[in-house]
Design a protein around this ligand. Structure first.
Ligand code: FAD
Length: 265
């Protein structure tokens, strides 16, 4: 397999740095090819602004989506962005690795998504009309590839459980797993989460490292989260609501978009 690991931690000697090395060593031991986008080390520019689109004249109002579409169509995206496109198209598996910061990814990684996910590459793909709403949520440029998150948290596993004060981890990660990875077509594997890591000892580290090695060994065979495909018949178009007959009265929230029944069949 060809694996792209996008790494978002400012310190190579961090726990995240150590876990990244564990993951890479195990993947390479399994014969996989690994490339890394180390966002802090590469001083990734995280904010979308006018300088991303030098062909826009100074007196034109800057509209990010429109500019992105024009630059993608005319092949004038900046070199740092097109280099990431090349890596994403090369890889058959994408891993995003980050510490949970304020319940989500660090800003630099969000900025990688904002800039790399260009119009025409990650969104605005396929026909858009009243009966077909584009190739997305299970379809799109990255269909057929796998993706997963490696996340560390200060909070305990219980804090992220169904009744935990932080909210369930699958809900917190839903906007990334579903909105960022499933959207352009990835099959999304369950995340690897290491909880309560701030004062982890050597034994705890050894345990986390072994769990991570196991996830790397099973990257190709782990069943993805069974999200419902937008164009698979479960949603009404153009309202994009889940068909009422697929919902139990009172059901709501992110879990609706996971087809547990289909997964069990
Ligand atoms: P490090 O600080 O590098 O390491 C943690 C511990 O791991 C070290 O103290 C050490 O004991 C051990 N360790 C490190 N390297 C090794 C090694 N090679 N071998 C053995 N042991 C090692 N947490 C939440 O749960 N929810 C949040 O919303 C949240 N928001 C945050 C926001 C910010 C801005 C920050 C800074 C932190 C936040 N945290 C939050 C906590 C954060 O998620 C954790 O601090 C982070 O996940 C720890 O990962 P790290 O790589 O930075 O760990």
């Amino acid at each position: 397999m060809k694996v792209l690991l996008v790494f978002a931690h400012p310190e190579p000697r961090s726990l995240n740095g150590a876990l990244r090395d564990v993951a890479i060593r195990e993947l390479e031991a399994q014969g996989h090819e690994v490339r890394v986008s180390d966002l802090y080390a590469e001083k990734w520019k995280s904010e979308v602004d006018r300088s991303d689109f030098p062909s826009i004249s100074a007196d034109t109002q800057f509209k990010p989506s429109r500019a992105s579409k024009a630059a993608f169509t005319t092949d004038t995206l900046t070199q740092d962005v097109t280099a990431e496109h090349e890596k994403l198209l090369w890889a058959d598996t994408l891993i995003l690795q980050f510490p949970l910061w304020w319940y989500t990814m660090p800003a630099i990684l969000k900025g990688w998504v904002d800039r790399v996910y260009a119009y025409g590459f990650a969104y605005g793909v396929g026909e858009h009309n009243d009966t077909y709403w584009g190739d997305r949520f299970g379809e799109g440029t990255l269909k057929g590839k796998r993706a997963m998150l490696i996340v560390t948290t200060g909070g305990w596993q219980e804090h992220y459980s169904a009744r935990g004060v932080n909210g369930p981890i699958e809900d917190l990660l839903f906007p990334i797993n579903h909105g960022i990875l499933y959207y352009p077509g990835y099959d999304v594997l369950p995340p690897f989460v290491a909880y309560r890591v701030d004062r982890i000892d050597q034994a705890g580290f050894a345990d986390v490292a072994e769990r991570l090695r196991e996830r790397m060994r099973t990257l190709a065979t782990t069943p993805p989260i069974p999200y419902r495909q937008q164009n698979g018949g479960d949603y009404l178009i153009p309202s994009l609501q889940l068909r009422p007959d697929l919902v139990n009265p009172g059901d709501r929230g992110f879990a609706l978009h996971v087809n547990r029944q289909g997964a069990a069949e």
